[in-house]
Design a protein around this ligand. Structure first.
Ligand SMILES: *[C@@H]1O[C@H](CO)[C@@H](O)[C@H](O)[C@H]1NC(C)=O
Ligand SMILES: *[C@@H]1O[C@H](CO)[C@@H](O)[C@H](O)[C@H]1NC(C)=O
Ligand SMILES: *[C@@H]1O[C@H](CO)[C@@H](O)[C@H](O)[C@H]1NC(C)=O
Ligand SMILES: *[C@@H]1O[C@H](CO)[C@@H](O)[C@H](O)[C@H]1NC(C)=O
Ligand SMILES: *[C@@H]1O[C@H](CO)[C@@H](O)[C@H](O)[C@H]1NC(C)=O
Ligand SMILES: *[C@@H]1O[C@H](CO)[C@@H](O)[C@H](O)[C@H]1NC(C)=O
Length: 516
């Protein structure tokens, strides 16, 4: 008990000063620190030092204000550290998990300078303490135990000062960010158990470990970045390939149509011009071109429409193979398989009834297919806009999404097409009233003078004539009284009338179910 009496003496001082401190708080502490020492303080100190000259402050009597303040802090800190009897002893500074208080007490340099020799343990763990090692606490040279674990302290650990604490037997610096200490520290490390330095940053292993983690993280990040990068490239390539396949640039079409030249212009329309051309790969194409200034929304809708048209597949529908979607030029690109239009064919070849019937059946098939499966797709059935392949298969080539034509207009168009096909008369050229003129003319002749309605070069047999009579009857009604009929009805009647010739019927039935 050699140290008992100086300890008690130290605390006499507090005892003498501890007038009415029952509660302690940072604000009351600060308030107290701002007060001057009591008048008899110098005498108290002198008395204490007379009794025990080894007291720390005894050689610093000139520093009376700081000595006073340090006793104030000691009293508060003893209470905060939940020591059992602060009137008599102050063995522990325990500020574990007190992040609001620890930095405040650490900042009182005057206190640490006169650190009471009674203090044997300091615990400042888990306080989010940052910055350099708090060297001031090492002025408490008597301590047996120091815990600074679970903070974010960085920089060097003052190993020399620590080594000077001869009675220090328990140290915890774990879980901090100290700088690595190499072979110089080996003797120091040996003084303590390795669990004093877990993840402290001091030992090489911590760094090896953390650098391993860093390397792993970097590697993983790198690998992920690479994968992401590759995926991006693949996406871009896929999109470009997709684009390449169906999207034509103006330049590509310009090249294919010889600069949209006169010789490649087939038809000039109000909204649309039709060109023929040849792609680099040799494929012959038809290009339906619209020129103007198109809004973003319009172009988007156009492209969506074209994507729908790509899926349109029927023997009697021209095959859409792509489009061009640029600000001043929109185009639908169609695979060309025709040698001429129906009106040219009628004019130049005056084909026999069997062939005309085949063409009629094809057109009806194509129209029925669109009506049944693609009601939103519009089409144009005129003798001049329907093309023929080498095998005399009709192709409806002018398809577009967004069916703006009324049902009766389509019915009338189909009726007129049939009449033209049979009569081989171009209404606009022959009749003053155009199409209405043609209808009136047929009405007058039919049915009595049916032979007059038929292209004379056709020379039909008696059975064929009967069939033609039926077909004209359907077509005339459709053309003249379109509003009282529907496409599906007219298609059905025409199919029935066409099917009278068994041979053709068989041929077409097997065909009409083959929508490839
Ligand atoms: C105070 O000073 C004296 C002589 O100057 C010395 O012997 C003594 O150890 C000192 N005490 C302390 C606590 O430093
Ligand atoms: C400490 O001292 C004060 C006044 O000097 C007294 O009021 C208090 O009861 C004492 N506390 C203990 C635990 O002895
Ligand atoms: C650390 O301190 C926080 C409060 O600051 C507390 O919630 C937590 O439980 C403490 N952790 C440990 C291990 O003591
Ligand atoms: C260490 O402890 C011994 C007694 O156990 C004591 O005599 C000595 O003064 C202490 N050393 C320091 C530096 O406090
Ligand atoms: C370190 O000390 C703790 C107690 O403080 C003990 O449980 C542990 O076994 C010791 N470890 C080593 C490696 O000595
Ligand atoms: C130091 O503190 C850490 C975390 O609180 C703990 O895991 C370790 O056992 C402690 N080491 C010692 C020697 O007390």
């Amino acid at each position: 008990m050699a140290s008992a009496s100086p300890l008690l003496l130290t605390f006499f001082c507090f005892l003498l000063l501890s007038f009415t401190i029952l509660t302690t708080s940072p604000s009351s502490l600060i308030e107290e620190l701002n007060r001057p020492p009591p008048p008899d303080f110098a005498a108290t100190v002198a008395a204490n030092c007379a009794r025990d000259p080894s007291l720390r402050y005894c050689n610093h009597s000139a520093d009376l204000p700081n000595i006073y303040k340090s006793t104030v802090v000691a009293r508060h800190l003893c209470v905060e550290s939940r020591n059992p009897d602060c009137n008599r002893s102050f063995p522990r500074i325990d500020l574990r998990s007190r992040p609001n208080l620890a930095p405040l007490y650490l900042s009182f340099a005057f206190f640490w300078a006169y650190c009471p020799s009674s203090v044997l343990a300091i615990d400042l763990a888990n306080n989010s303490l940052a910055g350099a090692f708090p060297s001031a606490i090492l002025l408490c040279t008597h301590i047996l135990s120091l815990d600074l674990s679970d903070n974010t302290l960085a920089g060097d650990v003052p190993v020399d000062l620590l080594s000077n604490l001869h009675n220090l037997s328990s140290l915890n610096l774990s879980y901090n960010h100290f700088s690595e200490c190499g072979s110089d520290c080996a003797p120091f490390f040996r003084l303590f158990n390795s669990s004093s330095f877990i993840h402290s940053g001091l030992r090489q292993e911590d760094h090896r470990h953390s650098s391993e983690i860093t390397a792993t993280v970097l590697l993983l990040t790198g690998v992920l970045a690479c994968i992401f990068f590759l995926l991006c490239i693949v996406c871009v390539l896929v999109r470009r390939r997709k684009g390449d396949r169906y999207q034509f640039t103006t330049e590509a079409l310009w090249e294919a149509t010889r600069g949209f030249g006169e010789s490649n212009l087939i038809r000039k329309g109000e909204k649309e011009d039709l060109y023929v051309g040849r792609l680099r790969n040799g494929l012959q194409i038809e290009v339906h071109v619209q020129r103007g200034r198109f809004s973003k929304a319009f172009r988007k809708a156009f492209e969506e429409d074209c994507r729908s048209l790509l899926r349109l597949r029927h023997r009697n529908l021209a095959k859409v193979i792509g489009w061009c979607n640029e600000r001043e030029l929109l185009a639908v690109v169609v695979q060309m398989a025709h040698i001429c239009s129906v009106d040219e064919w009628l004019l130049l070849q005056s084909p026999p009834w069997k062939q005309r019937l085949k063409v009629l059946m094809g057109v009806v098939d194509g129209v029925c297919f669109l009506e049944e499966h693609w009601p939103r797709v519009g089409y144009d059935i005129r003798t001049r806009s329907i093309s023929l392949t080498r095998e005399i298969e009709p192709l409806i080539s002018k398809v577009r999404v967004g069916n703006s034509d009324s049902e009766s207009k389509k019915v009338r168009r189909l009726g007129l097409f049939v009449l033209e096909l049979i009569a081989n008369k171009r209404p606009r050229e022959i009749f003053e009233a155009g199409e209405t003129g043609l209808i009136e003319w047929v009405k007058v002749q039919f049915p009595a003078q049916v032979k007059k309605l038929i292209d004379e070069k056709m020379k039909p047999t008696a059975t064929a004539l009967e069939q033609i009579r039926q077909i004209i009857s359907v077509a005339l009604e459709a053309a003249a009284d379109a509003s009282s009929s529907t496409m599906s009805h007219v298609c059905r009647l025409l199919r029935k009338a066409c099917a009278v010739d068994q041979e053709i019927h068989k041929q077409t039935r097997s065909r009409s179910h083959k929508h490839y």
